[in-house]
Design a protein around this ligand. Structure first.
Ligand SMILES: Nc1nc2c(ncn2[C@@H]2O[C@H](COP(=O)(O)OP(=O)(O)O)[C@@H](O)[C@H]2O)c(=O)[nH]1
Ligand SMILES: [Mg+2]
Length: 366
């Protein structure tokens, strides 16, 4: 195809690079109550505005891929956290194809890239998180991750989603180190009409979790979701604490926890990947939630983490609102991430002018 022609949108967005948690922790975060779900592609707009626009820019200058462009594109994909291994595989394959004399235009490039990425998500039953009551008690889900990753917010969003599906739920405020964290979870509980079990200030997380397990069993709920503190001072501390929580769960129900979900902040790029690896070693993750994908121009991090950890991505967060949590579906995600509709518009005038530029370049080259 002839590449279409970019109608630029002003990109005022700045990539968020700081990983420090700068919130006022004396106050619980506000519970956002907006109801309207946004389109997934709208949530990933910033990512597209970032790396996808740069890809289109490269093809705008030269519509047919050559070795030099491929080098530029390789660096760009790696910078966008798509994942070194997958990018290298992809580049090797495209190089072979160019060597054979294939012509690769922008559309081919994107299709091939998607085809290369898709298998990373294969065989993962993304939406199929079983949250029904079991023979021996509720489905127990532990939610882990560093401070500020979005654990409590994600739990609130999940509670809302599953409540709407008619599940009976209970939440456990296992982050006992910050009073604000407990209040924040309680606010979500009130908003969603889900009971929250919390302990005295500075109670041991394991004690609160023990109580919550007891109540969840007594009340016969379908699912208990446990919020935990995200202290990552040392791996040993973290392991000891999470191990304590795990023991408190198992003492009541030997088959639990059924899910250990890591919440990572998608704007922290490679840091998110490192955290994921550390937590996986400490607690054996069974699922992932990647949050704040609305706030990053590097949406590729989901691909990187999924490839490295081989743990299914359960949900992605694309905003602070209660509806801004999506079941992760690889095809939808890739389509939204590579949805170029709002980036370039095929337009006769600009096409003509682009063709004129190409002709000019060719004349110069002669
Ligand atoms: N933009 C955006 N903000 C989010 C998302 N998920 C969480 N947040 C915000 O991130 C901040 C930290 O969330 P919180 O749930 O308190 O993190 P926790 O310390 O891991 O429990 C809050 O201000 C949330 O509103 C998301 O998907 N998108
Ligand atoms: Mg929290």
């Amino acid at each position: 195809m002839v590449l279409g022609f970019l109608k630029r949108k002003k990109d005022s967005s700045k990539e968020q690079t700081s990983t420090a948690d700068t919130r006022d922790l004396s106050q619980p975060s506000e519970v956002k109550t907006e109801e309207k779900p946004k389109e997934l592609s709208q949530g990933l707009q910033k990512s597209r505005g970032g790396f996808l626009r740069k890809i289109t820019d490269i093809f705008k200058a030269k519509p047919k891929l050559d070795a030099e462009m491929l080098e530029e594109l390789e660096a760009l994909l790696i910078q966008s956290d798509v994942g070194v291994k997958v990018v290298q595989r992809f580049v090797a394959e495209v190089k072979d194809s160019l060597r054979r004399g294939d012509e690769v235009d922008y559309d081919d490039f994107i299709e091939r890239l998607k085809a290369q990425i898709s298998p990373i998500f294969e065989n993962e039953d993304f939406a199929d998180l079983e949250i029904t009551k079991r023979d021996d008690g509720p489905t127990v889900i532990m939610v882990v991750g560093v401070n500020g990753a979005g654990k409590t917010t994600t739990i609130g969003k999940i509670a809302q989603k599953w409540k709407e599906q008619g599940k009976s739920l209970m939440l456990c405020a296992g982050d006992t180190f910050r009073a604000a964290a407990v209040e924040q979870l309680q606010m979500w509980g009130e908003r969603t009409g889900v009971p929250v079990v919390s302990g005295a200030e500075n109670a041991k997380p394991a004690t609160v979790v023990y109580d919550a397990m007891q109540r969840a069993l007594n009340d016969g709920v379908d699912c208990l979701i446990i919020d935990t503190a995200g202290r990552l001072h040392t791996k040993t501390n973290l392991m000891a604490e999470l191990e304590g929580v795990r023991n408190a769960i198992t003492r009541h129900q030997s088959s639990a926890p059924h899910e250990v979900i890591l919440v990572v902040d998608g704007t922290t790029g490679q840091n998110a990947l490192l955290q994921a690896q550390q937590f996986d070693q400490a607690v054996n993750l069974t699922g992932l939630v990647v949050t704040k994908l609305d706030g990053t121009a590097k949406g590729g991090i989901v691909i990187s983490i999924a490839e490295q950890l081989k743990v299914p991505v359960r949900f992605i967060g694309v905003g602070e609102g209660v509806q801004d949590l999506r079941d992760f579906n690889a095809r939808e995600y890739l389509d939204a991430l590579f949805n170029t509709n709002d980036i370039y518009t095929l337009n006769k005038d600009s096409e003509d002018s682009a063709n004129a530029q190409i002709r000019k370049r060719k004349r110069r080259a002669v």
